[in-house]
Design a protein around this ligand. Sequence first.
Ligand code: SAM
Length: 229
Amino acid sequence: MRIDVLTLFPGMILPVIKESIIGRAISEGNVTINVIDFRDFSTNKHQKVDDYPFGGGVGMVLQVEPIVRALRSIEGYQEALKIITTPQGETLHQSLSESFSHQDHLIILCGHYEGFDERVRDYFDCEVSIGDYVLTGGEYAALVIIDSVIRLRPGVLNKDESHQDDSFSEGLLEYPQYTRPRVFEGKDVPEVLLSGNHQAIKAWRDHERLKRTKERRKDLYDRYIKRHK
Ligand code: SAM
């Protein structure tokens, strides 16, 4: 998989993608990430990429031209899935990340300031928000998308890091997890987890996943129950 990130702040992306599982996926050749500074595509002699909004109002708006020029500089951009980060997009969820993980090539645009000229939208395929709040820039959102997508690619997680039981993988939250010590400040690990009885452990975990989802995410629980009726 290849991911191109269009940003004005490469320094917000580059150090993060070197770390941990994404860093390993890059060094093992599972994914290639290119970070493109679309300021390099400005035709303005001061490399300006933003301007005042027509009609007045506060803040600066990213111009369409440098973004489209940067987009067109990417080899194979026509076939890539082109994503805009914006609080106005579809809220990211596990099945959206899963669908992105089946793509060969993603291009992610990070906005900044007041966002971008409306005409930018015509050159992209979809718009993604990471939640109902406003960030200063799309770099955080791009990193969230990248992380959630890459870990689903075959061969990225090893078998000890499997995502099969993760929250949302079957529409439920994950069951509670424990590790050593068996007792901490009087708090015990549930007996069943020490029993070695795999059937009983599975039954306990299935029950806990349902219970936890019902308590914390009634929307997911109701959908799950409806699907499994
Ligand atoms: N004025 C815009 C609006 O109200 O829709 C918000 C612009 S925001 C300050 C600057 C950039 O941060 C956006 O263009 C987008 O790339 C990114 N951004 C902000 N909040 C986001 C969110 N919840 N999800 C994804 N991207 C976000």
